[in-house]
Structure formats: C-alpha cells, structure tokens
Design a binder for this molecule. Structure first.
Ligand code: SF4
Ligand code: SF4
Length: 88
C-alpha cells in the first residue's frame, strides 16, 4: 500500500510495474549474449531474467519492471544490448 507521502512498504517491488513513463528499453541480441551475468549483477531493478536460448543460458529483460536506465547496455562486455526508444 502506498501512503500519503508516496512511500511504498518494504518488499513490495513486484506489486509496482513500471507503467508507461519509460523512455528507452533494452533490446537484447540473443546471438551475441555470452551469458556472463554482468547485466544481471548491475541492474538496479533486478529485472534481468535467466533464460535458455538455443541450448545456452542468456539474460533477457522483464520489461514489466525495467526503468530503461541503460546501465545494462553500458556494462555489457560484448555490446549485446541496445537501448531503443520505447514507443507506446
Ligand atoms: S535498462 Fe536499467 S532497469 Fe532496465 S534492465 Fe537495463 S539496467 Fe535494468
Ligand atoms: S552483460 Fe551482455 S553478454 Fe553478459 S549476460 Fe548480459 S547481455 Fe549477455
């Protein structure tokens, strides 16, 4: 529950999806991802998801919670993530 000051209770992150205000979203090149986990480690919203792709483990994004900050794209060592305008 959100109080009058706009604060949320602890441990309730999963209840609050990003909504429509995000400007950019990360697009993953699944072929380029080497599954190094660096994006998972750096994402401030814990929205990187371990996924199987073509027999390999890669890390894609749960866009319900991604804020579009671009940190994952900055940190990816193989430039597998591109930030794209999030047109609604
Ligand atoms: S853009 Fe930011 S919030 Fe979204 S997945 Fe990347 S690091 Fe996480
Ligand atoms: S940082 Fe890049 S290569 Fe590493 S898991 Fe994330 S997307 Fe894949």
């Amino acid at each position: 529950m959100v109080d009058f000051a706009g604060k949320a209770e602890p441990g309730t992150t999963k209840k609050y999806k990003t909504g429509t205000w995000r400007t950019y979203k990360p697009i993953l090149d699944k072929e380029a991802c080497i599954g190094c986990e660096k994006c998972w480690e750096y994402c401030p919203d814990s929205c990187k998801i371990e996924t199987e792709y073509d027999g390999d483990i890669i890390f894609d994004t749960d866009l319900d919670y991604c804020k579009g900050c671009g940190i994952c794209a900055e940190e990816c060592p193989v430039e597998a993530i591109e930030m794209e305008l999030d047109e609604k």
